[in-house]
Ligand binder design. Sequence first.
Ligand SMILES: Nc1ncnc2c1ncn2[C@@H]1O[C@H](COP(=O)(O)OP(=O)(O)OP(=O)(O)O)[C@@H](O)[C@H]1O
Length: 229
Amino acid sequence: MLVIQDLHKSYDTGKSKLHVLKGINLNISEGEFVSIMGSSGSGKSTLLNIIGILDEKDSGVYELDGIPIEHLNEVKAAEYRSRFLGFVFQSFNLIGYKTAVENVALPLYYQNVPRKERNQKALEYLEKVGLGQWANHLPNELSGGQKQRVAIARALITDPKVVLADEPTGALDSKTTHDIMKLLQDINNEGKTIIVVTHEPDVAAQTKRNVVLRDGIIESDEFIEQIVL
Ligand SMILES: Nc1ncnc2c1ncn2[C@@H]1O[C@H](COP(=O)(O)OP(=O)(O)OP(=O)(O)O)[C@@H](O)[C@H]1O
């Protein structure tokens, strides 16, 4: 599903180059549930941004579903993102003036799906994450956990190959973190590939494979005994 070989990334900081990813090798198969940990600055977000085609590698191989991801223009990058990837962020990234169902339907709007069809599907996905009753509420009427459920429904609505979640529980209390991780486990058990960047060892323990980055290289990469919620 996802092949990364000897991947490097540097940032130009004006005076010098900051070499952030220093030869990453990572293969992720369909249906895996992977957590990426590592101390602040180790390169987790940089790696996730490259996997998410939000940023470009300098060198090495990155293939997504068999397609080499190389020097894409913005239109092609956006097309691949919408075809292959779903995104979940710590801060939910919902549009404040749109209702829950409108937020979930948004990726289908960009795929030119007719309004009736996209709203119907969005409602289905909201029901899937347990929020059918909240379809017409605005984000500021929802709790943090509910907002993240809306964001997860939005990430799933295009049936992406891979869901990328950057600190999805970072803004949530421990009970809500449990509920969101349970939801991600359910989604993974249905066959979806999920990659989660997290600072929280408890969250990583609820995935099936843990990758630890240290100073731009993979320090460890282990299949783990998943704590099933
Ligand atoms: N656009 C950028 N320009 C310059 N430097 C950057 C840029 N993005 C990240 N960096 C630097 O690259 C290094 C790795 O950052 P990255 O965000 O990937 O780390 P991280 O492991 O996700 O950290 P955190 O856990 O704090 O989010 C850091 O030193 C950061 O300051």
